[in-house]
Design a binder for this molecule. Structure first.
Ligand code: PLP
Length: 410
């Protein structure tokens, strides 16, 4: 028993289970994996070293993990209709790193979405490897519409002549036009990498256009809308298969996490099921209900709404910062993250907005009436942001509400 060997960790896991059960998780990048995925990731597969790829390992005893990784690869290819898949990246950041190092030389120009406009650290931020090794330029969103302006992106691309364009985002609530991105990339002779970390599950369910036919490289994470274990993946055309595989191993990683790869395989199988399609439809439906309900309560949403699983709220009219809102909601048992809004006047550690997503609450089974209740909780918590007694009252109600949606019931 873990409790007898390491009481510190055992207690903290117990508290984390309780926290997950008693709070409402609106973090757009999180989800709850199935019990099957959980079991597989905690299995004895963690004991195995398997440097290399199926059939070409540097260690003996890989007959079972070879089969597991091959199954994961084939399922992922099928799920996204891709020519080649690599399931080894330890995370989304490693997937992006592998694509950049496979296609670029240090100092080459890359063009990605500005972190401040909704991009990810790995899309060229100065404090990240992507901005340290390469020469990053950025596109943002239109000041008026707060959406991607493809004419503007083309102009920037023509100006800076990137070798690689990265599209995809961490905080963009609208559909991304991958075809347009591919036309821009082609017109300036750049590779296109579509980072679908956030929307992979929605794409897998056929509810957002897929970049697979348009981008030479597609990267993603398995743990957000795709609802698998924490990890990354890369899809590419056959012509790039060898150079991508070589860059993942031995280029940037050693032994793959075969227990996680097995968990990915299970999640890919789950994603092929019709139930997953129903789930993703509900994620989108819940998000659109949430958007409508928030607007009715005078919340301003960046871009005026959402097409996907996430919403960015501009809190300036509510006279509260993103940081203070995150704190108040946290005290009320609602987990969100503060987020910069486009052209944010505040620094990112304070931020004028919060980002919320519906992937996790939908996995717990929440629907229309529950969304209305959550909006009420949010409104109340933000109204009483400085009143800890009132926040404690909301927290009690949230606990009672959330406990109706058990995760991993015993
Ligand atoms: N790309 C995008 C668009 C993301 O949103 C994220 C994570 O939030 C990543 C990449 C990186 O994923 P990881 O945290 O697994 O490195």
């Amino acid at each position: 028993m873990l409790r007898n060997i390491d009481a510190d960790i055992a207690i903290l896991i117990k508290r984390e289970i309780q926290r997950q059960r008693e709070t409402i998780n609106l973090i757009a990048s999180e989800n709850y994996v199935s019990k099957s995925v959980l079991t597989v990731v905690g299995s004895i597969l963690t004991n195995k070293y398997a440097e290399g790829f199926p059939g070409k390992r540097y260690y003996d005893g890989c007959e079972n993990v070879d089969k597991i990784e091959s199954i994961a690869i084939e399922r992922l290819k099928k799920l996204f209709n891709a020519e080649h898949a690599n399931v080894q990246p330890h995370a989304g950041s490693q997937a992006n790193m592998a694509v950049y190092l496979a296609t670029l030389k240090p100092g080459d120009v890359i063009l990605g979405m500005d972190l401040a406009a909704g991009g990810h650290l790995t899309h060229g931020t100065k404090v990240n490897f992507s901005g340290m090794i390469f020469r990053p330029f950025y596109y943002g969103v239109d000041r008026e519409t707060e959406q991607l302006n493809y004419d503007e992106i083309l102009k920037i691309a023509e100006n800076v002549k990137p070798k690689l364009i990265i599209c995809g985002a961490s905080a963009y609530p609208r559909t991304i036009d991958f075809k347009k991105f591919s036309e821009i990339a082609k017109s300036v002779g750049a590779y296109l990498c579509a980072d679908i970390a956030h929307i992979a599950g929605i794409i897998a369910a056929g509810l957002h256009p897929s970049p697979v036919d348009y981008a030479e490289f597609v990267t993603g994470t398995t743990h957000k809308t795709l609802r698998g274990p924490r990890g990354g993946f890369i899809l590419c055309k056959k012509a790039f298969a060898q150079m991508i595989d070589k860059t993942v191993f031995p280029g940037i990683q050693g032994g793959p996490l075969v227990h996680v790869i097995a968990g990915k395989a299970v999640a890919f199988k789950e994603a092929m099921n019709r139930k997953f399609h129903v789930y993703q439809k509900q994620v989108l439906e819940n998000c659109s209900l949430m958007a409508r309900g928030l607007i009715e309560r005078n919340f301003r949403l960046v871009t005026g709404g959402t097409d996907n699983h996430l919403i960015l709220i501009d809190l300036r009219n509510k006279k509260i910062t993103g940081e203070a809102a995150q704190r108040a909601l946290g005290a009320a048992g609602i987990t969100v993250n503060r987020n910069a809004i486009p052209y944010d006047p505040l620094p990112p550690n304070i931020a004028s907005g919060i980002r919320i997503g519906t992937a996790a609450i939908t996995t717990r089974g929440m629907k229309k009436n529950d969304i209305e209740k959550i909006i009420e909780f949010i409104d109340e918590a933000l109204h009483y942001a400085d009143d800890f007694d009132q926040l404690a009252v909301v927290r009690k109600q949230v606990k009672k509400f959330a406990s109706q949606f058990p995760i991993y019931p015993e």
